[in-house]
Design a protein around this ligand. Structure first.
Ligand code: RTP
Ligand code: MG
Length: 147
């Protein structure tokens, strides 16, 4: 089963949207296998966003993601990486459609509430940057036994 790293960013935590965001993935039928509130260090943030080093928005992005606690999660499910990116919505707030998390709650590209891994390689690297292997639990949901 595929896993992805999802993270409610500091703006989502500040705005009290953790429950709403978790609820959407639960209601979709995805499975939560790890979660914790984290104050991200600069080093951890730079590892997380390593692909963006040198881009004009990099410093702002690191300042933002370290500005307050984030809610880090690992979710599991069939094609969960692509599915969760669809549910999150486009990066650009003007393109994030209503019905997506960003489309419903975010008005600015830099305050876009939630991160989601964009590939299996990113997911593996990002999960390892936030969770020890034993923090990612393995349990079955009853519904999965008969589909
Ligand atoms: P994320 O990694 O945070 O889930 O967002 P994403 O995949 O949708 O977008 P990505 O391209 O990875 O960019 C990471 C974050 O950097 C900010 N950004 N600003 N042109 C810009 O000003 C620009 N491009 C990206 C966004 O906050 C984005 O979430
Ligand atoms: Mg990204």
């Amino acid at each position: 089963m595929e896993k992805t790293f999802l993270m409610v960013k500091p703006d989502g935590v500040q705005r009290g949207l953790i429950g709403e965001i978790v609820s959407r993935f639960e209601q979709k039928g995805l499975q939560l296998v790890a979660a914790k509130l984290v104050q991200v260090s600069r080093e951890q943030a730079e590892r997380h966003y390593a692909e963006h080093v040198g881009k004009p928005f990099f410093d702002n992005l690191i300042n933002f993601i370290t500005s307050g606690p984030v809610f880090a999660m690992v979710w599991q499910g069939d094609q969960v990486i692509a599915l969760s990116r669809t549910m999150i919505g486009k990066t650009n707030s003007l393109e994030a459609l209503p019905g997506t998390i960003r489309g419903d709650y975010a008005v600015h590209t830099n305050l876009n509430l939630i991160h989601g891994s964009d590939s299996p390689e990113s997911a593996e690297r990002e999960i390892a940057n936030f969770f020890r292997p034993e923090e990612v639990l393995d349990y079955s949901k009853a519904i999965q036994t008969w589909i």
